[in-house]
Write a protein that binds this ligand. Structure first.
Ligand code: ZN
Length: 110
């Protein structure tokens, strides 16, 4: 199955221990820590739109960062309002699926 085909969430939940868990339609489960998601923010301030180079210095993001709000964007993305007041990143589910940090997905990319 292609990554895009599996990029549809069946369940989105906040997990105690500061993380977001997404269960995908293909039963794959992704668990993202808040600082990981914040550092992967795809907005134009954090990533150069032309080169794709990351402008955000990961060291600037506190480990305690967490969302004060999570909103659905249409039916294709999530928007986080982070505790550092950053809220311009739209995290499409296709992106979140690509960002899945589990060992299976990490191996596929490598
Ligand atoms: Zn951003």
């Amino acid at each position: 199955m292609s990554v895009e085909a599996g990029a549809e969430p069946r369940k989105i939940e906040k997990v105690a221990g500061a993380a977001l868990r997404i269960t995908w339609v293909d039963d794959h489960v992704s668990t993202f820590s808040w600082p990981y998601l914040r550092r992967e923010c795809p907005c134009a301030n954090c990533v150069d739109e032309w080169t794709g180079a990351r402008r955000l210095d990961p060291a600037q993001i506190a480990e305690e960062v967490h969302p004060e709000g999570i909103d659905m964007v249409g039916n294709y993305a999530l928007r986080f309002t982070w505790s550092d007041r950053h809220s311009t990143g739209i995290y499409a589910f296709a992106l979140l699926r690509r960002l899945c940090p589990c060992s299976d997905c990490a191996r596929e990319i490598a």
